[in-house]
Design a protein around this ligand. Structure first.
Ligand SMILES: NC(=O)c1ccc[n+]([C@@H]2O[C@H](COP(=O)([O-])OP(=O)(O)OC[C@H]3O[C@@H](n4cnc5c(N)ncnc54)[C@H](O)[C@@H]3O)[C@@H](O)[C@H]2O)c1
Ligand SMILES: [Zn+2]
Length: 369
C-alpha cells in the first residue's frame, strides 16, 4: 500500500516540504521540473550524488526515474563512510559540476546517508555561491536528522564538520522502505537521535519510545513511519525558530554532541558511529547534570535503559577513558564554545534541556571517565 505524508518546514522563501512515504522516489522528477522552470524535459539537469553501497539499488532507481522523465543526469558515486566528508570528495563533485557546465538551475540530488547528504549539500551550497539541492535520505539518522535543517559540511582532520555552510534543501524525499536494507549498527545509530528528540523536547514521545521497544527493534514499518514523522516535525519546529543557530534555540539539538564529537574524532572517524557516540554523549551530559544537582538520577537511568534496550552503547569506551586531555582539547573545538568557554546542553527534566556555562572542562570530563 502506498502511503504518503509531509511535514512543512516554514522558513519564508526557503520553506520546503519533507515528503515521507514508502515509494516517494519515483515522484521526484515532477516537482524538480517545475522548480527548475524547465520548458523541455532535458532542460532539467541533475548531479546525482549517490552513496556507493546503494548506488546500484536506490541510486539507480532515482536515476531511472529522472531519465524516464527526460532529465539530463550525471551520477557520481560517493565512497561509503565518514572519510568521504573530505575536501577530496567535495572536489570530485565540483569537477563533475564543472564538467557538465552546471548553472544555478542545475540540481544536486543526494541519495544516501548523512555523509552523502552533508557532502553533496556543502558542494551545492558553495558551487556558484549556491545551487538547488534535494535530499533523499536512506539511513534512519539522515531521515530524522541530517537531511532536515540545512546544515551541510565536511570534516577537517582535527575536527568534525568544521568546514560547512547553511543551505536549505528545496525538498526532502524520504522513502522509509529503504530502511529494510540498512545494516543493524547504522539503524541503531539513527535511533540514538530519535531518543535525543524525546529527551530534549518531548517527554511523551520519550515514553512512547519506551513503550514500543519491540516494534522499534523489529523495524515495524508503521512504527518507523511515525518515528520519522514525529522526529522531522520536532526538528522542523526548532529549525523554524532558530534557522542559523543565532538565538541559542537550535543548540538544544546538540544535546550529547559536545562529548560525542570528541569521542568520534578520537576513536578515528568511522570506528564509533555518530549515533553510537551520541548515545554515550547523552549519558555523559545527563550524568554531568546529575553531578551538578540539576536533575534526579531517574532521568539518566531512563535514558540508559532505553538506549541499552535499543542496542546502543552507553559507556565511554575503555581506550578513550585514558585520554582525558585529548577529550578536553577536542571538546574545546565545539562550535558552541564562546571565548574559550564551553557551553553544555544539559537536561533539566525529561523533555527539557538548558544551556549551561561556567563548567570547568577538566572536572566535567574527570567525573565521567
Ligand atoms: N547536517 C546535519 O544536520 C547532521 C545531523 C546529524 C548527523 N550528521 C552527519 O551525518 C553523518 C552520519 O550519517 P549516517 O549515519 O547516515 O551515515 P552514513 O551516511 O555513513 O551511512 C551509514 C552507512 O549506511 C550505508 N547505507 C546508507 N543507506 C543504506 C541503505 N538504505 N541500505 C543499506 N546501506 C545503506 C552507507 O553506505 C554507510 O555505510 C555524520 O557525518 C554526521 O556528522 C549531520
Ligand atoms: Zn547528531
Amino acid at each position: 500500500m502506498k502511503t504518503e505524508t509531509s511535514v512543512r518546514v516554514e522558513l519564508g522563501e526557503r520553506s520546503y516540504d519533507i515528503v515521507i512515504g514508502d515509494s516517494v522516489f519515483a515522484t521526484l522528477p515532477g516537482p524538480l521540473h517545475r522548480w527548475a522552470g524547465a520548458k523541455r524535459p532535458q532542460d532539467l539537469r541533475v548531479l546525482l550524488a549517490a552513496d556507493a553501497s546503494i548506488r546500484g539499488s536506490y541510486g539507480q532507481a532515482v536515476e531511472d526515474a529522472l531519465r524516464d522523465a527526460g532529465a539530463d543526469v550525471v551520477c557520481v558515486s560517493v565512497p561509503s563512510g565518514e572519510t568521504s566528508k573530505s575536501l577530496q570528495q567535495a572536489e570530485a563533485l565540483y569537477d563533475a559540476l564543472v564538467e557538465m557546465q552546471a548553472d544555478r538551475r542545475t540540481f544536486v540530488v543526494a541519495v544516501g546517508g548523512g555523509v552523502t547528504g552533508d557532502l553533496a549539500g556543502f558542494v551545492a551550497a558553495t558551487y556558484a555561491r549556491g545551487i538547488p539541492f534535494v535530499q533523499m535520505p536512506t539511513t534512519l539518522l539522515a531521515m530524522v536528522d541530517s537531511s532536515v535543517g540545512g546544515k551541510t559540511g565536511i570534516n577537517h582532520p582535527r575536527g568534525k564538520n568544521l568546514i560547512g555552510a547553511f543551505h536549505q534543501p528545496a525538498a526532502v524525499f524520504i522513502d522509509t522502505s529503504t530502511l529494510d536494507t540498512l545494516p543493524d549498527r547504522d539503524y541503531r545509530s539513527g535511533l540514538a537521535e530519535v531518543v535525543k528528540y524525546g529527551v530534549i523536547l518531548d517527554a511523551k514521545f520519550f515514553e512512547w519510545l519506551e513503550q514500543h521497544i519491540d516494534e522499534l527493534n523489529a523495524r515495524d514499518p508503521q512504527t518507523l513511519a511515525f518515528v520519522v514523522r514525529r522526529s522531522c516535525q520536532l526538528k522542523a519546529d526548532v529549525v523554524q525558530a532558530d534557522e542559523r543557530e543565532t538565538l541559542g534555540l537550535r543548540a538544544v539539538l546538540n544535546y550529547g554532541h559536545t562529548f560525542a564529537h570528541a569521542f568520534e574524532t578520537l576513536a578515528g572517524y568511522g570506528s564509533l558511529l555518530h549515533g553510537e557516540a551520541v548515545a554515550i554523549g547523552m549519558v555523559c551530559a545527563s550524568r554531568l547534570a546529575e553531578s551538578l544537582q540539576r536533575i534526579d538520577k531517574s532521568v539518566t537511568d531512563r535514558q540508559v535503559a532505553l538506549l541499552s534496550a535499543l542496542g546502543l552503547p552507553v559507556d565511554v569506551p575503555h581506550d578513550l577513558r585514558q585520554q582525558q586531555d585529548a577529550i578536553i582539547e577536542r571538546m574545546m573545538l565545539d562550535k558552541k564554545t564562546q571565548n574559550r568557554e564551553l557551553r553544555f546542553i544539559l537536561p533539566a527534566a525529561l523533555g527539557k534541556v538548558e544551556t549551561v556555562t561556567g563548567i570547568d572542562p577538566p572536572s566535567a570530563v574527570a567525573s565521567l571517565c
